[in-house]
Design a binder for this molecule. Structure first.
Ligand code: BV8
Ligand code: ZN
Length: 250
């Protein structure tokens, strides 16, 4: 395996920190083969902009298109596995106080074995009624066409994905936990997020304001890069296992 040089400052900060928060974005799941949010478009839905589909307006206007798009993303998720980055975070969390706050709607952190995962944008695998909010466990079927009518709830409402769409409030309890983790951590890692979507992208500022060390792990520059104390231009599945290994040896 190629030797990965972990920045010494990061090893020192991670070894010293009693509490660690890790904010993950779509780049965390990229090496599992899940396309990031902005290049999530495949097949029948490639002509649609995810930013317009992931909105209440799109749901009200064309529920069949939105429902089929999410069904297709569920099928994509079921076909992939957690990567070494997910597994490294689970291994680290088994022996240290590591809180994962994810913007991702996939369940790859959980499937890798992480116990404490806070989803601030909901979950692809959960659904609820858009009227009475009853939860539904919907079977995932490959959408045969561009539009598939969402299931009806008995109350007259339609079953929607339990995902936070643009313009919707984040779930209060989950975001409350995310804020607490950002305020209480001594080290925050930003892994695989472009830092564009608020209020999640405001969490690193909160950690910094409390004196935490903030480290970005991302192959590209992002909106958060210049605020981070340290930037490591590396991918999740190479950087995180190398960090956890360096910690075990330190
Ligand atoms: C809110 C679910 C309060 C959907 C998502 C007008 C009206 C209302 C609100 C707004 C408005 N204008 C702006 C806003 C705020 C808006 C916002 O921030 N917009 C942005 C675009 C400016 N936010 C909201 O609407 C939020 N709600 O504000 O409520 C409110 C309410 C009413 C009225 C006013 C205010 C709700 C935001 C939640 C949206 N839902 N997800 C779905 O998935 O279908 S967000 C969605 O985008 C994803 O879930 C993800 O969280 C986000 C994408 O961000 P990233 O995860 O960072 O992914 P991205 O592809 O951008 O970047 C990938 C990164 O990975 C890159 O940096 C890349 O370099 C890196 N990478 C690639 N490979 C690797 C890697 N890194 C490591 N390793 C690799 N191998
Ligand atoms: Zn209902």
């Amino acid at each position: 395996m190629k030797q990965v040089d972990v920045p010494e400052e990061l090893v020192a900060a991670a070894a010293k920190a009693r509490t660690v928060a890790v904010l993950t974005g779509a780049g965390m799941s990229a090496e599992s083969g899940l396309p990031t949010f902005r290049d999530a478009q495949t097949g029948l839905w490639s002509k649609y902009d995810p930013m317009t589909l992931a909105t209440p307006e799109a749901w009200n206007e064309d529920p069949g298109l939105v429902w089929a798009w999410y069904q297709n993303r569920r099928i994509q998720l079921m076909a992939v596995q957690p990567n070494d980055g997910h597994r490294a975070l689970a291994q680290w969390g088994a022996c240290r106080d590591v809180k994962i706050v994810t913007q991702n709607v996939d369940d790859l952190h959980e499937r890798a074995g992480s116990a404490e995962v806070t989803h601030v944008h909901g979950s692809l695998l959960k659904s609820h009624c858009d009227t009475c909010r009853t939860g539904f466990d919907v079977s995932v079927a490959p959408p045969e066409s561009e539009r598939v009518a969402p299931p009806d709830c008995g109350c007259g409402g339609k079953v929607r994905p339990s995902i936070v769409w643009f313009g919707e409030m984040l779930p209060e309890v989950e975001f409350g936990h995310a804020v607490a983790h950002a305020q209480n951590c001594e080290l925050m890692l930003l892994v695989g997020t472009s830092g564009i979507v608020y209020p999640a992208a405001g969490l690193p500022q909160l950690a910094l304001s409390r004196g935490a060390t903030v480290v970005e792990i991302n192959p590209q520059e992002t909106d958060l890069s210049d605020r981070a104390d340290l930037v490591w231009r590396a991918t999740a599945a190479t950087a995180l296992p190398a960090l956890v290994e360096a910690l075990a040896l330190s």
